[in-house]
Design a protein around this ligand. Structure first.
Ligand code: SF4
Ligand code: SF4
Length: 180
């Protein structure tokens, strides 16, 4: 044991330091917020309640039922039941998320090729029943209407989730492999 450590042990310097800090904080303003009376807005890009993007042109979901979100979901909590639409295209007859198992990683958002699923900034949705936290397509679409419709949704995809081609550029001096 070196001298410094012996002095610290004998004179309880760490405890004294801790008590001094406590004493100091007793005369400063409390930083605790009295939630739910006192709220602050969620940080932009916060990963909250899921929403299904509504196509403004058709009024329907943008989802093309490719299943990529369900395949990438680490919690395996997305369930998609597909059928053939009137124009012979695959449609998501049912799209469900078991929110209680979700870890809010947003992989589903990033994997989606058409930007059809989003995580809204809304986080106040605790409930007493499991059913209330099982989202079906209609609930997901109404979440979009409530929290993300219009410019807010556009901004969301532009800023936070959807990788754009500008994200995949070579850095200066990156080796390039050429054929022949
Ligand atoms: S946020 Fe992650 S865990 Fe939740 S549904 Fe999407 S991929 Fe699954
Ligand atoms: S939400 Fe996106 S990734 Fe998931 S099935 Fe629909 S189109 Fe595919």
């Amino acid at each position: 044991m070196n001298v410094k450590k012996i002095i610290k042990t004998v004179f309880f310097t760490e405890i004294i330091k801790g008590m001094a800090l406590t004493l100091k904080s007793m005369f400063t303003h409390a930083v605790t917020r009295q939630y739910p009376e006192e709220k602050r807005p969620a940080m932009p890009g916060f990963r909250g309640m899921h929403a299904f993007v509504r196509d403004p042109e058709t009024g329907r979901e943008k989802c093309i039922a490719c299943g990529l979100c369900a395949a990438i979901c680490p919690s395996q909590c997305i369930y998609i039941y597909t059928s053939e639409g009137p124009d012979n295209k695959k449609v998501a007859e049912r799209y469900e998320i078991e929110v209680l198992r979700c870890i809010y990683c947003a992989f589903c958002v990033e994997a989606c090729p058409v930007g059809a699923i989003a995580l809204t900034e809304h986080f106040e949705y605790s409930d007493y029943s499991r059913d209330a936290l099982y989202m079906d397509k209609e609930r997901l679409l109404s979440n979009w209407d409530k929290y993300m419709a219009g410019p807010r949704g556009e901004e969301y995809f532009k800023k936070f989730w959807h990788p754009v081609s500008a994200d995949f550029q070579a850095y200066d001096g990156q080796p390039v492999f050429k054929r022949g």
